[in-house]
Design a protein around this ligand. Structure first.
Ligand code: 9G3
Length: 569
């Protein structure tokens, strides 16, 4: 491709609103342009990378036994009513009416569509297992689209759905996808972790794993063990409970502490000179409409997903100021467990405290020397908190948990019969009995992958593409477009490389060398062949984007190096 013909509008600076490095580089390197918030056009360079990503996903899905289909984006609301999800989702689900005033949704995902399809096509266990997948545009009207392709409102997803006759079959289908995901993300050059996750809104009875690309811009926190391969999304990460002998409880007399206007743990530790771990945080929530108090140690954070599961409740939200004052007699920050008339649930670590400082349920006062089980009791205790860095690993004895930030690039779920039951998608088993299809679903954010790769493969000069997904393999840069010898050699090189199946971008622009080299570093093609003064001797300068040094090669040596690089993907 001749660069003078390529629509690749590079920018010196990224627009101010682009915070994530990948967002800045997508715009500066001319890969995408925004049409509206969270909605992007892929320019030629971005489209080429996206096609490479799709290609890797497609190859590995096919190798894992997936069959590619393509489902509509327009989905009848009727299907979402059958699955019971039409009312569950709010403004995030894009809804519209057709010319006959019939209700539709623009698909954010395709469980309903694929289950309705298989309901009509699968009638016997002999037709199972089947795993169908598509690479298709999804619509989710995110409230705050941001970070470019990392959180868009129209994006490219590979979504796969497996159908089995029984749970053993589902485990096999799930593992086939799980292993394929490892191969896909490895081939994309990503540093990723598979973590145990929370099934969230999709429900389903089995397990679920998320695949996280490690990156500081990531919105998910991963807890992983320093020794074994335990890793989990912080939403559900467990920790080893250090076995503690029952605290020897010396009788103590509660002491009122005047703490005017001191509400936050940080202020309390500051003013009272105690470590946060001697405090108990009392958080008032409304659980399925009823106020409850959740207690965690001062240095811990409440995990609302764990509380909802432990208390088997559907809705849980922090109580507003008015409710807090009504049930505790004091504003938030002075709430405490002593003398509360509402149910109190204490995290395990709280029950292990010999003595603690708590809110006095009176404005501007706290209580010291409070002993759990003596000065207050709890309805129940359990794991209500986030794992903390340094906690013991829940799987191995010697490991400790450490945190990383990650971008969710994949998510695999065991759905069981959640959708097949709701939509009556059954098959006849070997004994002729009707059974609900056992399902799994498996997603990869293909457009999000593009950003995740850039987050992990960039430096001050720009993008550093892995060869497997680079828009071109070789960037030929003649130093002067006016020098006939250089241009002749550059064109000959481009032809020979192209004939060998290597993808070449030839910078034939009449620009100063500095501009050409800056653009070459920005767009990050793996191998740059500079054609300069030595052109007359058939010598070019080869430089890998991943290395600072360059070396002089003959044409033949350059062709060999380019072949090795393009084959290495
Ligand atoms: C919706 C809207 C947003 C959604 C969903 C439904 C996320 C929804 C979860 C999934 C689960 C899996 C198949 C591929 C892998 C992920 N956001 N999810 O179901 F209506 Cl507006 O999509 N689906």
């Amino acid at each position: 491709m001749r660069q003078s013909k390529l629509l690749m509008p590079t920018l010196r600076e990224a627009p101010a609103e682009a915070e994530a490095i990948s967002h800045q580089l997508l715009l500066r390197a001319g890969l995408v342009r925004q049409l509206a918030a969270g909605i992007y056009t892929y320019l030629p360079l971005g489209r080429r990378v996206l096609r490479k990503l799709e290609g890797i996903v497609r190859e590995e899905m096919d190798k894992a036994g997936g069959q590619e289909v393509l489902m509509p984006a327009l989905q009848p609301a009727e299907l979402w009513r059958q699955s019971g999800r039409y009312e569950v989702y709010g403004p995030e689900l894009v809804r519209l009416r057709d010319r006959h005033d019939r209700e539709f949704a623009l698909g954010p995902t395709h469980e309903e569509v694929i289950t309705a399809l298989l309901r009509g096509e699968i009638s016997s266990y002999r037709q199972l297992p089947a795993t169908l997948y598509q690479i298709q545009t999804k619509f989710r009207d995110e409230q705050r689209p941001r970070y470019g392709l990392l959180r868009g409102r129209e994006f490219l997803m590979k979504d796969a759905y497996s159908f089995d006759a029984d749970w053993e079959g589902l485990h096999r289908s799930y593992m086939a996808m799980y292993d394929a995901y490892h191969r896909i993300f490895t081939r994309c050059g990503l540093n990723f972790r598979a973590v145990e996750a929370d099934a969230g809104s999709i429900g389903g009875e089995g397990g679920t794993h998320e695949f996280m690309a490690l990156a500081d811009i990531g919105e998910d926190t991963i807890a992983s063990c320093t020794c074994c391969n335990y890793a989990a999304n912080l939403e559900k990460a467990e920790y080893g409970i250090a076995h503690m002998d029952a605290a020897v409880v010396e009788p103590a007399t509660p002491e009122r502490l005047q703490t005017p206007g001191i509400k936050k743990i940080e202020q309390l530790t500051e003013s009272l000179g105690h470590d946060a771990s001697v405090f108990i945080k009392t958080l008032i929530f409304v659980a399925d409409g009823n106020p409850v108090a959740i207690l965690v140690r001062g240095d811990h954070e409440v995990n609302e997903i764990k509380v909802k599961q432990a208390l088997a409740i559907d809705t849980l939200a922090l109580a507003d100021q008015e409710t807090t004052e009504r049930v505790t007699g004091a504003p938030t920050g002075f709430a405490g467990p002593v003398g509360l008339a509402i149910p109190v649930y204490a995290d395990i670590a709280v029950t292990q405290m010999a003595s603690a400082i708590v809110g006095a349920n009176e404005v501007d006062y706290h209580l010291a020397n409070i002993q759990p089980g003596v000065h207050f009791n709890s309805m129940a205790s359990g794991d209500y908190r986030n794992a903390a860095e340094g906690d013991r690993c829940p799987r191995c004895e010697e490991g400790r948990l450490q945190f990383h930030l990650g971008i969710e690039i994949g998510h695999v779920f065991k759905l069981g019969t959640k959708y097949s039951e709701a939509m009556e998608a059954t098959f006849l088993d070997a004994s002729g009995k009707a059974q609900s299809l056992i399902m799994g679903c498996y997603g990869i954010g293909v457009s999000r992958l593009l950003s995740a790769v850039i987050e992990q493969h960039a430096d001050e000069q720009g993008i550093v593409w892995p060869a497997s997904i680079a828009p071109y393999h070789v960037h030929i840069v003649p130093v002067s477009a006016k020098d006939d010898t250089q241009m002749a050699l550059a064109s000959q090189l481009a032809e020979r490389l192209t004939a060998a199946g290597i993808e070449v971008l030839l910078d034939d622009r009449d620009e100063r060398p500095g501009v050409k080299f800056k653009d070459a570093d920005l767009i990050g093609i793996p191998l740059r062949l500079t054609v300069g003064r030595q052109a007359a001797n058939g010598i070019v300068e080869a430089k890998l984007r991943t290395e600072a040094a360059a070396k002089e090669l003959t044409i033949e040596e350059a062709l060999t190096m380019a072949s090795l690089l393009s084959a290495g993907q």
